[in-house]
Write a protein that binds this ligand. Structure first.
Ligand code: ZN
Length: 307
């Protein structure tokens, strides 16, 4: 019955595994978190299964389980690829979790889960096409159309962080090398280390991105200039998405999305780089913060589907 439908989301991160139980209205019924046994695959499966069983004991109900995890599952083999939790790569995570939990389990990329959560009942609520952007240790994205994740033929849709920074200036080209094998990826410029690198180049001081942001807030001219350059790069990267997908809204997540100054004048800058200047695109901070990933994982199931 729809009114009794319980969703359980699991966010399988590199350092912690978080779980949440949502009622049909999206209200949190229970929440739990454990450290990730990151170097032992069997222990990860066991930890997820125990977490789900514990949260089901908390609420006295069984739920439909969705899991958000880094990387993606190859369409033909069912094996995980490009996860930064290395022991999961090459493993049939979906099948193993389904067996451990005795039911079907849905798995999606963690950035896709973030975007889904924000599109359904977060900052992007009511927008038909939402592009979710993660600006953190890494840079990723997820595309949601009418409340559904667009994963793409190869399950790569939204992997915007590993395309080159558009309209590079001579001093930016070719950019630093990225773990993916290319140089000048958007991720290398827009991740936290990218802001730190820009500020070090300018000031000679290597500081974490949060400290650069705090200095800018305090009026430090050098930090303000570093943040301004970062915003210009973000604007270029978003303008490329506008020219390809033209979403109704961007929702920003990850640690750097908390820098309030980043949003000031950002839309106008995106307009300067997109094909037309007069854009009607919303660029919004996320509504659910760190909970977006785990909430999005829960939203992978709809009432009436097999749990
Ligand atoms: Zn890359």
């Amino acid at each position: 019955m729809t009114r009794d439908f319980i969703r359980i989301g699991v966010d399988l991160g590199g350092t912690k595994i978080e779980s949440i139980a949502l009622n049909p209205a999206g209200e949190t019924l229970a929440r739990r978190r454990v450290p990730t046994p990151a170097h032992d695959y069997a222990a990860i499966i066991n930890a997820v299964a125990t977490l789900v069983h514990d949260i089901e004991s908390d609420i006295g109900r069984r739920g439909a389980v969705g899991v958000g995890a880094p990387g993606s599952i190859a369409p033909h083999t069912g094996l995980v690829r490009i996860s930064n939790t290395a022991v999961v790569n090459g493993k049939p995570l979906n099948a193993d979790l389904a067996q451990a939990l005795g039911r079907s389990v849905r798995i999606a990329n963690d950035a896709d889960c973030f975007a889904l959560s924000e599109a359904i009942d977060g900052a992007g609520r009511g927008a038909g096409v939402v592009f979710g952007v993660i600006l953190g240790t890494g840079v990723g994205g997820g595309l949601i159309v009418n409340g559904k994740i667009v994963e793409g033929r190869n399950r790569l849709a939204g992997e915007w962080g590993h395309t080159p920074l558009p309209w590079m200036t001579p001093d930016e080209y070719p950019g630093v090398s990225c773990f993916c094998g290319h140089s000048g990826c958007i991720e290398t410029f827009l991740c936290g280390a990218g802001l730190s690198r820009e500020h070090e180049r300018r000031s000679g001081e290597l500081l974490p991105a949060t400290e650069v942001a705090a200095l800018a807030e305090a009026g430090d001219p050098s930090a303000l200039a570093s943040l301004d350059r970062y915003q210009d790069r973000l604007a270029r990267a978003l303008a490329m998405i506008v020219d390809i997908i033209d979403p109704d809204a961007f929702v920003l997540g990850g640690g750097l999305s908390n820098i309030a100054r980043l949003y000031e004048g950002l839309a106008a800058r995106v307009g300067k780089h997109a094909l037309i200047e007069d854009l009607d695109t919303k660029i919004l901070p996320n509504a659910h913060g760190d909970s977006s990933g785990v909430r999005g994982a829960a939203w992978l199931w709809s009432p009436g589907e097999t749990g």
